[in-house]
Design a protein. Sequence first.
Length: 201
Amino acid sequence: MSLTIQFSTIMAMIGGGFYLGCAVDTFRRFNVYWKGQRLLFYSLEICFWSLQTLVLFYLLFLVNQGELRLYIFLAVFCGIAAYKSLFATTYQRLLEFIIHAMKSCYQVIVRLVRLVIVRPILVLVHSLLAITLFFIGIAFSVIKRMVTIIFFPIRIIGKIFYRLLPVNAQKYLVALAGFYSKIENNTIKRWKSIWYKGGSR
């Protein structure tokens, strides 16, 4: 291995150690979100360190075809030490700023989606529901009046027929009419409650 390759390898591994320090701080910053879940915590730990090993080995492979020497590990530790002593505080502040900026952007996007998409859809649905209930109410009123008009002659004939019936039969019909009136009143009350709820929306 020539001196040029050795020097390139040392510099690359120092850069790799610097990268590893940044990666560890980034991983530790997000570690708090899954620290309580042991299975996920250990799985991510294994995946993280496996990925960093592959990254460093790939970097080493690009420089010297993957030949391992003792000074390579020393260069990596030097890179980590340089990061910890010189750039760790600055990077952590920068990382917090980026996380805060991403959270703010996410909140703005969520608010825009609610304002531009979700709220108009809800207003449209409520309006359609109110219009539908309004026309159903009109149709119900028209049908009720039509039924009243149609059955008006029948009611007159029924009253005449009712007066010709015996007293016991009249009492039975009165009881039956009272039962029908209760059903009709309950139906009207339920319909009005549904109508007012739909209109208030």
